[in-house]
Design a protein around this ligand. Structure first.
Ligand SMILES: Nc1nc2c(ncn2[C@@H]2O[C@H](COP(=O)(O)OP(=O)(O)OP(=O)(O)O)[C@@H](O)[C@H]2O)c(=O)[nH]1
Ligand SMILES: [Mg+2]
Length: 441
């Protein structure tokens, strides 16, 4: 998802990111590359123009260029503007105060409506513990009802169906009365797709809407069709009202143009993203997180905020001085570890580091491992902490016994600390190790 765009944008911003000082020309050059990256990702050209204009204006304005780290500020502006572009704060479904919440799914043929019905049902069941039923109102295709029955069974939702012989509008109305009678929390209505946005389709949708009074009308658009997906949404917006978009098949679309243009051109938010054929390939669409993912930033903003709220400025300077002079000791390491731990569980923190999410995979990081490390370090003498090289075999055995661990654990810590010091020296010399190296050491 967004791989190509992500790569291109990071190339475009690479120069800006790494420079200590920036000129107007640097910004203009980067914006030209950003523009190309977006156009290549199939983002609508009007949207691109507005976007780059906005970023440039903010980057050149105020005191960005004079600031301490203009590169990072520019990247932050790009992230902010991408977030706004994709819908800002995002939007939730509207839930009925009483009785079933009705969600109507509309969209062109093959856009992924039926699949999205199942996915949404599963999502609402699992995340919100709601009792969900789906109404089979696509009577256009003979196999449509069977397909929905299968999907619903997988999703653990009830289906309300009456075969294919009746009028879809009647079925919708009947399904709603059943949902009320059965006390369901949610009724999702699957409708028939058409090849194009035509009068007949709109008429039928209009009727279903009138009879079921949906709290949410969601338009499913196929992200793989890029700009076409956006024009479908535009013509729906003109003729039939809808509240939000489900973007399907984002997995098949490495470019992401639809995701970036839909909100700007139709003013309708994207509520969900569908990223595969399986029912669990479905997620809430968070513009801010998506923007950060696109920029390969993980969720670094949250991490920085957390760190800022915990780390004392003076301590940080002292630490920097020590690292520069190669005086970083196990005592400093212990102190750092304690600060990091005060930010929350390690697993969650690591996921916010760019690239770490994938690296961790299913691996569980155990906070108890940190307890063991702490125990080992506090069992060392001050001399050992200041200079771990003196820790020989007999010292290792003593430390192991004192910390309730074993000699291997002590050796591992000493070795890892040595690697860490080496890495810090490299950083000092301006050789930035890659994430792979970091994770591998
Ligand atoms: N890769 C991928 N395939 C998807 C996704 N969503 C749906 N599909 C596939 O797209 C095809 C069409 O999906 P449906 O859910 O049947 O689409 P529909 O809008 O209900 O189609 P009609 O009922 O004919 O209008 C199916 O083969 C789905 O498996 C997705 O997010 N990713
Ligand atoms: Mg269908």
């Amino acid at each position: 998802m967004f791989d190509a765009l992500s790569e291109r944008l990071n190339d475009a911003l690479g120069d800006v990111r790494s420079r200590g000082k920036l000129t107007e020309e640097d910004i203009s050059k980067a914006m030209r590359q950003v523009r190309l990256a977006l156009l290549e990702a199939d983002v609508n050209f009007k949207v691109v123009k507005q976007f780059t204009g906005q970023v440039k204006e903010r980057a050149l304005g105020a005191d960005v260029l004079q600031s301490l780290n203009p590169g990072q500020q520019v990247v932050k502006i790009v992230a902010d503007e991408l977030t706004t572009l994709m819908g800002g704060a995002g939007r939730e479904l509207v839930f009925a105060k009483k009785g079933p919440t009705v969600i109507l799914m509309a969209g062109l043929q093959g856009s992924g409506k039926t699949t999205a019905c199942g996915k949404l049902a599963r999502h609402l069941r699992e995340e919100k513990k709601l009792d969900v039923a789906i109404a089979a109102c696509d009577l256009q295709r003979p196999a449509a009802v069977d397909q929905l029955v299968k999907v619903s069974a997988q999703a653990g939702a009830t289906v309300y169906e009456q075969g294919t012989s009746r009028d879809p509008v009647d079925v919708a109305e009947w399904a709603l009365s059943q949902a009320k009678k059965d006390g369901r929390d949610v009724l999702i209505v699957d409708t028939a797709g058409r090849l194009h946005v035509d009068a007949e389709l709109m008429e039928q949708l209009g009727q279903v809407k009138k009879r079921t009074k949906p709290h949410n009308v969601l338009l499913v658009v196929d992200a793989m069709t890029g700009q076409d997906a956006v024009s479908v949404a535009e013509s729906f917006a003109e003729t039939a009202n809808f509240d939000g978009v489900v973007l399907s098949k984002l997995d098949g679309d490495a470019r992401g143009g639809a995701a970036l243009s839909v909100k700007a051109l139709t003013d309708k938010p994207i509520l969900y993203a569908s990223t595969g054929e399986k029912l669990d390939a479905f997620e809430r669409f968070h513009p801010d997180r998506m923007a950060q993912r696109i920029l390969g930033m993980g969720d670094v903003m949250t991490l920085i905020e957390k760190a800022e709220s915990r780390i004392d400025e003076r301590q940080a300077q002292e630490l920097e001085r020590k690292i520069k002079k190669n005086q970083f000791t196990l005592d400093d390491f212990l102190e750092q570890m304690q600060q990091v731990r005060s930010m929350g569980p390690l697993q969650g923190l690591l996921k916010m580091i760019p690239g770490m999410g994938q690296q961790l995979g299913g691996l569980q990081v155990d906070d108890r491992e940190l307890d063991r490390l702490q125990a080992i370090i506090t069992s060392m003498t001050p001399a050992e902490r200041a200079n771990p090289r003196i820790i020989d075999g007999s010292r290792r055995r003593r430390i192991a016994a004192g910390s309730g661990t074993n000699v291997q654990a002590v050796s591992r810590l000493v070795k890892q600390f040595g690697q860490m010091q080496k890495m810090m020296r490299q950083l000092q010399q301006g050789k930035m190790p890659s994430l792979q190296q970091l994770a591998g050491s």
